[in-house]
Design a protein around this ligand. Structure first.
Ligand code: DGT
Ligand code: CA
Ligand code: CA
Length: 572
């Protein structure tokens, strides 16, 4: 059980309590507890077992929350949360996904207007019933209407981080079972798509009942939805559903190929099989009903005169043609990354010091980092003005002398303001080792203004990179309206690097955009944007999207050694 998962449980608890009009003090206690857990660098599961109440020493964790954390760690569930979920209709919870609609407002819609689904909410908005309520108004009504499609979509798909962590825990658990020979995740999760609709797990075993029994009692599983001879569907506590299929060994490769998808990829592969006189399905590759191949995926692809195609590429976006021509890219791997150029410390909104971040990065095997706290416009996050920034850099230089085995660059995450100027002036930017420019505010400005802002940043000689270019939030918020062709051309012309922000909430650039950036000759950087030492763990989600974009080690600048990396810096 991860800190993040428990934090999400507390947040949900707070939301549900607030929807029920609970005492605001209690609600706040859960929210504070959730924040503490999110920012915690050590695993709460370890703290629980410390003698003398390790948990209660944490800010915002009292007796009650500490007891609840213990229950979750020991049982994987929180009975109070289960109970509240029964009491509040799912549709009401879905309304919380609409940007700008918090629990207080949703509580009004639910208890005073009796709205219990997004569909009903849409009708009420269209009939102008919402704007009549006190505290809502025409503008809110319009914003709700615009947010409903996003919320509808959000309810159906889950972040890759949630999907992947659950799948990995369950696969590891099934592996413990002696009767299971092979087990792996398939579907969109194996393709590392940024969101997953559901999870697909395949196993081979002579005892499918044992596998299903084991899954049924896994702590992450909330409910068994259906069970047959070889297939079981369950719902996890996070809400994501999971199919387990048990297949014979000789079908494992064919089933992996089939259930990994994508559907679009499979359609072309199946056509290719037919052209060669085969029949291909999840049981194997057959000629005249005689089994030809299917034990491994390699075997299936080879029978179709193709090399193994990495799952991340299987979207029918040209990978089959490349495979046919023997030109599949050799995809970047997590271990190729040597540096991380985007992270925060206590100087702005991070939870750890410069030294702690450097030590944590080093422990992860990174060879260099850039400390990039916020600039002053982000006042919420205690952003830095020129004076504080220079003091902060002086601190960084001291730590640099002390901590061996890792290079630390003096950086800044500089806001590109709404009026298309930079938040800090050229003089101070010229003193930085590394400047990453970003949009935070005014993401809804018209395209011309967004482009003016991005181009100003790109043309500034001190700007090395653009971070999370669109500002989108996966599932929850659309990004700024960017003319990508112009944007990529300008970045290429000025040698500005573009980021794949590895936070599973951002993944920005996304896979398709990163692939397009590559065709313009742009170098990509993959950064975690860590706000605590545990943030470095998200690097893999950025690498996943880079792989989906078909990027190689060479396409990504922070795979280089620090000396080679410096040669792409503009202030160097
Ligand atoms: P998701 O769950 O929406 O994120 O996406 P997938 O790709 O995991 O899709 P899912 O779970 O519906 O099915 C898993 C894989 O099974 C899918 O990628 C390809 C294969 N598959 C499922 N249904 C069909 C089908 O009707 N035709 C073909 N060719 N393949 C299918
Ligand atoms: Ca799936
Ligand atoms: Ca499925």
């Amino acid at each position: 059980m991860q800190n993040q998962q428990i934090a999400e449980m507390f947040t949900e608890l707070a939301d549900l309590l607030e929807l029920q009009g609970a005492n605001s003090f209690r609600v706040r206690a859960y929210r504070n507890g959730a924040r503490t857990l999110e920012n915690l660098s050590e695993s709460v599961a370890d703290l629980v077992h410390l003698p003398g109440g390790g948990l209660e020493r944490l800010d915002g964790i009292g007796k009650d929350l500490a007891a609840k954390i213990k229950v979750v760690i020991e049982t994987g569930a929180l009975p109070q949360l289960e109970e509240l979920r029964q009491q509040v209709p799912r549709g009401v919870v879905d309304m919380l996904r609409i940007p700008g609609l918090g629990p207080k407002k949703v509580a009004v819609l639910f208890s005073e207007l009796g709205i219990i689904s997004l569909e009903q909410l849409k009708e009420a908005c269209e009939a102008g019933k919402i704007s009549e309520r006190k505290g809502f108004g025409k503008k809110t009504e319009q914003a709700i209407l615009e947010g409903i499609p996003l919320a509808l979509e959000a309810g159906k798909r889950f972040l890759i981080s949630v999907a992947r962590e659950s799948a990995e825990e369950i696969v590891a658990d099934l592996k413990q079972l002696p009767s299971i020979r092979q087990v792996s995740v398939a579907g969109s999760c194996r393709r590392r798509k940024e969101t997953c609709g559901d999870l697909d797990i395949l196993a081979t075993s002579d005892d499918s009942a044992a596998a299903m029994d084991r899954l049924a009692v896994h702590p992450l599983v909330e409910k068994v939805l259906a069970r047959g001879e070889t297939k079981q569907r369950v719902r996890l506590r996070s809400g994501i559903e999971l199919d387990l299929r048990v297949v014979p060994d000789e079908s494992y490769g064919a089933a992996m190929q089939y259930f990994t998808g994508s559907k679009e990829h499979n359609i072309v592969i199946r056509r290719r099989a037919i052209e060669r006189g085969f029949k291909l399905n999840e049981y194997g590759l057959f000629r005249d009903d005689t089994y030809v191949a299917g034990r491994t995926e390699e075997e299936v692809y080879a029978a179709l005169d193709l090399p193994f195609i990495p799952p991340e590429l299987r979207e029918n976006r040209g990978e089959i043609e490349l495979a046919e021509a023997g030109q599949l890219p050799r995809l970047i791997e997590l271990d190729d990354i040597q540096g991380d150029l985007h992270m925060h410390t206590t100087a702005s909104d991070g939870t750890a010091t410069i030294r702690e971040m450097a030590e944590a990065a080093k422990a992860r095997g990174l060879k260099y980092i850039a400390i990039t706290d916020h600039s002053k416009r982000v006042s919420m996050a205690n952003g830095l003005d020129a004076t504080r920034l220079r003091e902060h850099w002086a601190e960084i230089r001291k730590v640099r002398e002390d901590v061996e085995g890792i290079e630390i660059l003096c950086g800044i995450e500089c806001d590109i303001l709404e009026d298309a100027t930079l938040d800090l002036d050229d003089e101070v930017l010229s003193e930085a080792d590394w400047v990453i420019a970003v949009l935070h505010y005014g993401l809804k400005q018209p395209r011309e203004m967004i482009m003016k802002r991005l181009l100003t940043a790109i043309r500034n000689p001190h700007v090395d990179a653009i971070g999370h270019p669109s500002g989108r939030m996966v599932v929850n918020r659309a990004g700024a309206d960017i003319d990508y062709t112009t944007f990529f051309q300008a970045a290429a012309d000025h040698g500005v690097l573009l980021e794949i922000n590895a936070s599973p909430y951002r993944l920005d650039l996304d896979d398709v955009q990163a692939a397009a950036a590559k065709t313009h000759g742009i170098k990509i950087i993959i950064n975690t944007d860590s706000h605590s030492p545990s943030g470095f763990a998200t690097l893999r989600y950025g690498v996943d999207q880079a792989r989906r974009a078909g990027l190689t080690r060479d396409d990504v600048a922070n795979t280089r050694s620090i000396d080679d990396f410096r040669s792409v810096l503009r202030n160097a």
